[in-house]
Design a binder for this molecule. Structure first.
Ligand code: SF4
Length: 426
């Protein structure tokens, strides 16, 4: 049985294993694999947990974590114990972030070690907002802090519109100083912090003691560093001579059966671990790449970079989520095919079961928001924005078919003649 919880109470909640979050389809337990990496033993435990204690599906999140849905009050403890036993248990009990850092699935060596050290420091900062994020080795808009390697053992720490430099060995302490200053502001996101509130950090021992004077400069000075994101596109490729198999989960979801088949593939191709990707996918580093059969994997995963589903976000929707009135995953799959020419131009779409926008809270070029079995259409906005049109999925697809030539705004203009099927409700 799920616990009722108002939306205001859920905001900012970081559900873990010991404290899962009520949703429309039971409790949602989030697994935060250290550094986003699962050994095959851990992966088998995740599969067992989702099958025995969840609803047989796994969500892959944009922060490279995993979610098990359909957990109950009775199954919360055994699921947590199962995963704790293999090193996937919660890391803190104070409501702070279970996983603070995000790295590329291709991260190795120094970057992985730095991310681990930052995790250790972060656990010692009480009061961190649960969604605090430090990206390490790559710049991310949504990160509160980004740590980017520079030359000669130095790193840049990007906080909002400011950049600090420090020595690599001083980075964890510098991050700790900045996180403590962030907590003191009472804000939930670093981007909302007045930069003046962080200026005293420049005088901190960690940053002052790191060699040359701290360099505070506008972010523009470091714009080229933002090109460091390394998330491999689906399919087979190589990185520094290492074969890579990257697979995205359609709409961030896969069944336990599919996940177990992937574990078997990992064993077969000589991959020792499954690395989770912010693209809501998984990356394997095979030692026997010649054994990979992409067509076999395509039944369950996205295996090609030009798959239009990569441009479409979708939440669980109905019937699994009680807040939804439309089958978002089925509708998103239909929409993706029609969206293909727009996806090829770099446009994005989002099919949301309700205005909460779990899959993508921000704007997309085209957003469909479920309401009483139909969809409100928002062009260039977010799920919570106002809409001009509400139509059934068939009418939305029909209009979308014209968008490749007319453009989205014209195709979804409320005055478009569609035989009266698309009238807004009274
Ligand atoms: S956005 Fe989707 S998953 Fe989230 S509450 Fe609404 S229907 Fe449920």
């Amino acid at each position: 049985m799920s616990r009722a919880l108002p939306d205001t109470a859920r905001r900012g909640w970081c559900p873990g294993l010991s404290r899962p979050m009520p949703t429309g389809d039971g409790l949602l337990a989030r697994i935060h694999p250290p550094l986003g990496v699962l050994s095959l033993t851990q992966a088998r435990a995740v599969a067992e947990g989702a099958r025995r204690y969840g609803n047989g599906h796994l969500d892959l999140t944009a922060r490279a974590n995993l979610q098990i849905r359909g957990v109950t009050e009775a199954t919360t403890a055994p699921l947590a114990a199962l995963l704790d036993h293999v090193g996937l248990g919660d890391t803190r009990r104070d409501g702070g972030p279970q996983r603070l850092t995000l790295t590329s699935p291709l991260a190795e060596g120094d970057i992985s070690a730095l991310a681990k050290a930052i995790e250790d420091v972060g656990r010692g900062v009480p009061g961190l907002p649960p969604k605090t994020l430090v990206s390490v080795g790559m710049a991310m808009d949504e990160a509160d802090l980004s740590v980017l390697p520079l030359v000669a053992g130095r790193v840049a720490i990007v906080a909002g519109t400011f950049v600090w430099q420090c020595g690599s060995s001083d980075t964890p302490a510098s991050i700790g100083t900045l996180l403590a200053a962030f907590v003191a502001t009472g804000q939930r996101r670093m981007r909302d912090v007045n930069p003046d509130a962080l200026r005293h950090c420049e005088r901190s021992e960690a940053i002052q003691g790191s060699g040359p004077p701290p360099n505070v400069a506008p972010l523009d000075c470091f714009a080229p560093l933002a090109m460091t994101v390394e998330v491999p596109a689906p399919g087979l490729s190589t990185h520094d001579g290492q074969p890579i198999l990257a697979l995205d989960a359609p709409f961030g979801r896969c069944t336990v059966n599919a996940f177990e088949r992937l574990i078997a593939v990992a064993e077969d191709i000589g991959a020792a671990e499954i690395r989770l990707s912010p693209s809501r996918g998984m990356v394997l580093l095979p030692s026997r790449p010649e054994k990979i059969r992409l067509p076999d994997l395509a039944a369950n995963f996205i295996v090609a970079a030009d798959d239009p589903r990569r441009a479409v976000a979708a939440c669980t929707g109905a019937p699994a989520c009680a807040s939804g009135s439309t089958p978002t995953l089925l509708d998103a799959a239909r929409l993706a095919e029609t969206f293909r020419p727009l996806a090829a131009r770099g446009l994005s779409a989002h099919v949301s079961g309700c205005a909460k926008g779990c899959a993508k809270p921000g704007p997309a070029d085209l957003t469909l928001v479920g309401h009483e079995g139909a969809y409100a259409i928002i062009v260039g906005g977010a799920p919570g924005d106002s809409h001009q049109l509400q139509v059934p999925i068939e009418a939305a697809l029909e209009r979308l078919g014209r968008a490749a030539t007319l453009g989205l705004a014209a195709a979804f203009a409320s005055a478009t003649n569609d035989g009266g099927r698309n009238r807004r409700p009274a």
